[in-house]
Design a protein around this ligand. Sequence first.
Ligand SMILES: Nc1ncnc2c1ncn2[C@@H]1O[C@H](COP(=O)(O)OP(=O)(O)OP(=O)(O)O)[C@@H](O)[C@H]1O
Length: 386
Amino acid sequence: MSGGSGRGIAGALRCRIEVARGDFRLDARFEVSPGEIVAVIGPNGAGKSTLLGAVAGTLPLSAGRVELGGRTLSRREPGSPTTLLPRSARRVGHLDQRARLFPHLDAAANIAFGPRSQRVPRTRAVRVAHDWLERVGLAGRGSAREDELSGGQQQRVAIARTLAADPGALLLDEPFAALDVSSAQDLRRLVADEIRRLGVPALLVTHDPVDLIALADRVLVLEGGRIAQSGAVAEVLSAPATGFAAEFAGRVLVAGVASTGGSLRLEGAPVDRIRGSGPLPRPGLTAVASFDPTAVRVSSHGRRAGEAPMPGDRGDSDGSSTVWAGTVSALSASRTGVRLAFAEWPEFVAEVPVSRALDPEIAPGSRVRLELRAADVTFAVPLPPG
Ligand SMILES: Nc1ncnc2c1ncn2[C@@H]1O[C@H](COP(=O)(O)OP(=O)(O)OP(=O)(O)O)[C@@H](O)[C@H]1O
């Protein structure tokens, strides 16, 4: 039995989705298990809202199928009748940034709305609403209306209202983005606990790394309407395969070609190859390496640009690290320190603490020794397009 009106229909969400919107094409296949939270991240315009709309059934499929617990919610395939179950039968719950409570109803009536529209008798629906109020930390506030509740409290009611309607799947579209840090933290825990307790599959669109870390089991990286990378959260954040995923994870990404001996061959860089760990494809195939820019060891080279070369200038890569020389071209502020850019390698960035950036030895124009340990570099293989 679920925690809503008691007609739980938990099962896996299986999607094969093609949607055309003007020139834009979304083409994605994925599955979400009962009780699993899968985050969807991607740059603006990547198709995240389109994906949610297609799963919810509010945007028509050009082709494909959305299946929940073995029931087909929508389908459009050659040779098969086009299917779109009515909204009430799809049972897909939705939460976004704004609570959007019914202003003319109090909190309890907002929560009872779903069970009531599923013909649950009034006394039972009221009991369900009060159980949910207690579960979301609002016991005794059932008669409060929207304008008597804080933003965090309204979102608690919205969570209760969505879950009390006994959804078979949940779509979460940045539901914590408008909340203060402490309310967001509480509500993340509440939502995660309820999703796992009820065993509903959930898709979470977010731009916030904390949502991934605190909530999600897996992540899909959506770019240009396609899934560019997918995997466990820790795996994608520690070995991102695309520039967007790397930026999201706070890592620097460099592209190259797989080489022998656990290294990536680079073009247009002051080092021939970079050492690292993780999966590499067959030698000769495209792969990427990423690293935390604070892991780069920046030390004084002791000489100005243009002076005679020394070992390391050309780039040495032994089994445990890659060492080369670079000319600092610019300093810029980051959230946690100061980023250094280099004249010889525009893709590459190192980061040092603010106090370290005061050192004249790393001022723009300085020649510095750079070292990156193989243990701090992870490889990944981007999914081929199409
Ligand atoms: N109403 C529309 N009509 C036609 N094309 C649209 C419409 N809405 C969005 N698109 C196109 O669909 C693509 C995907 O948009 P979508 O809103 O799904 O992206 P998103 O990843 O959710 O972006 P954001 O992070 O900015 O919300 C966009 O490139 C846009 O050009």
